[in-house]
Ligand binder design. Structure first.
Ligand SMILES: *Cc1c(COP(=O)(O)O)cnc(C)c1O
Length: 482
């Protein structure tokens, strides 16, 4: 299996060649040259597999340059009940992603039982093991540099902690995260994890990361890399749970389902799109946004209009607060018939328009607009009031507590699904991470897995830096040399 760039101007590469990198050299994102196809006979066999065996079946179609025994070992050590249960016993955690049925035909797929209580652990834990394996083979090292306002940073740290050949330098805005998020990250004592609290806001931290990454000499000398959501291995790992959820919610491979997906950077739902392109019988893919509705607008109107910072809102589903969706380019590549020149044209406008609020591209009246329905996406948006109402209704009707992101997905999913299709809502975080909104909706504290009880009291470990790129470079250089 070779991977090509969505912008059509980069040499084809293998899975391990793109594993540790980011964008393709032409600025595009990598996708398989063709999507592997899953036969009906394979689906019948896969239906009976455990999560780890299913992950092996799916991922061996993509990671064709990792020897089968090695890939199996990496997967078996990743998808264990111990990692995906946090010491809880109130669900069937042997399934890794248990399906919770609210009523016949309405389900929640639990994807947030990993160490940081969000679905990002599903892919990030695998990435940690894949990185360690690949670096070991190449006798190489990698220093991951990132900025976080919460979820991604902690998922990356918990995936990379204690891994040979890897250090993590994670910037976060000093005093701007919730007590729980801070405790999750700063309580890690592993010597390869460096938490750096920046005296500034998230954008300052993000700008520092960009400045360091743009210094190509520094980047090469100190082997700086990232683990952001465009990483192909992350997307491929997410494909697995669409299969798992489908099998859990249906009795035969003749049935179709709808998935609803709380979306930000389009990484999660992109994996659903690919699962469907491989032959998984998904009817609708339902994309849910919060008030930051750039993707909902595209699917409803055909206009893609990235937002400026003035129109990127801080909401109570913060992991979906995006101004443009980095993985969306992967879907558009398929939508335009894999025409790299067209994607280049569209994204030259996206890059030019990114600081204003003007339309980057508009597919109305083109053949692409006519092609869109055949991909069968639906979309909708959910607001703070909708989240509170959905959280409240679910608690009252079913005694089930969900987080604000999952509430966005459920609200839009119920609104948009065709009644003939069973609905599977992806749970992207646990309510324990968002106590403030749960308090507002239910007037009580969220449940917290026993393993995380009292983490705010653990000793915290971090350094503080001003928003100064030179000081950040010196900090990294001192730790990488020693
Ligand atoms: C990252 C995240 C999302 C958005 O996922 P994308 O892959 O960026 O679309 C939704 N909910 C939660 C809790 C997240 O952490």
């Amino acid at each position: 299996m070779k991977y090509i760039s969505t912008r059509g101007n980069a040499p084809a590469k293998s899975f391990t060649e793109i594993l540790l990198g980011g964008l393709a050299p032409d600025g595009g994102l990598y996708l398989p040259e063709q999507y592997p196809q899953v036969t009906r006979a394979e689906l019948d066999v896969w239906r009976k597999l455990s999560y780890a065996d299913l992950a092996f079946a799916v991922l061996s179609k993509f990671a064709t340059d990792i020897p089968a025994n090695d890939l199996r070992a990496i997967i078996n050590k990743t998808y264990t009940t111990a990692i995906y249960s946090n010491g809880r016993a109130d669900s069937d955690f042997t399934q890794i992603t248990p399906l919770r049925t609210l009523e016949p035909g309405v389900h929640i797929l639990e994807l947030s039982n990993g160490p940081t209580l969000a679905f990002k652990d599903m892919a990030m834990q695998l990435l940690g093991n894949l990185f360690e394996y690949a670096l070991d083979k190449q006798h190489a090292e990698l220093n991951i540099l990132g900025a976080t306002s919460g979820d991604t940073g902690s998922a990356a740290e918990y995936a990379m902690r204690g891994k040979r050949g890897i250090r993590v330098f994670m910037l976060s805005p000093h005093g701007k995260m919730s007590g729980f998020q801070r405790a999750q990250m700063y309580s890690l004592q592993d010597p390869n994890i460096f938490n750096i609290a920046i005296n500034g806001i998230f954008d300052d931290a993000q700008d520092m990361v960009k400045a360091v990454s743009n210094d190509h000499a520094f980047k090469a000398k100190y082997k700086i890399g990232t683990v952001n959501s465009i990483n192909w291995a992350r997307v491929s790992a997410q494909i697995v749970y669409y299969f798992k959820g489908y099998f859990a919610a249906t009795k035969s491979n003749d049935e179709q389902v709808a998935f609803s997906v709380p979306s930000g950077n389009f990484g999660n739902i992109c994996a659903g799109h690919i699962a469907r392109m491989m032959g998984l019988p998904i009817g609708q893919l339902i994309l849910a946004t919060n008030e930051n509705d750039v993707l909902d607008e595209f699917f409803r109107t055909g206009v893609y209009r990235p937002r400026g910072t003035d129109h990127t809102y801080e909401t109570s589903s913060p992991s979906m607060d995006i101004s443009k969706a980095s993985n969306f380019e992967r879907f558009v590549f398929d939508l335009v018939g894999r025409d790299g020149a067209k994607v280049r044209e569209f994204w030259s406008k996206v890059d030019a328009a990114s600081s204003s609020d003007t339309a980057a591209f508009d597919i109305r009246g083109t053949s692409y607009w006519e092609a869109l329905p055949k991909f069968d996406f639906a979309s909708g948006k959910s607001t703070h009031q909708d989240r509170l109402k959905t959280i409240c209704e679910l608690w009252e009707e079913y005694g089930v507590m969900i987080d604000p992101h999952t509430a966005d997905g459920l609200k839009v999913g119920l609104e948009q699904r065709r009644p003939s299709l069973p609905l599977i809502c992806l749970e992207t975080a646990l309510p324990a991470k968002f106590a403030e909104t749960i308090q507002e909706a239910l007037g009580r504290e969220p449940e917290r897995p026993a393993a995380l009880e009292g983490i705010e009291k653990l000793p915290q470990h971090f350094d503080t830096l001003p928003p100064d790129v030179a000081q950040l470079k010196a900090f990294i250089a001192a730790r990488v040399q020693s």
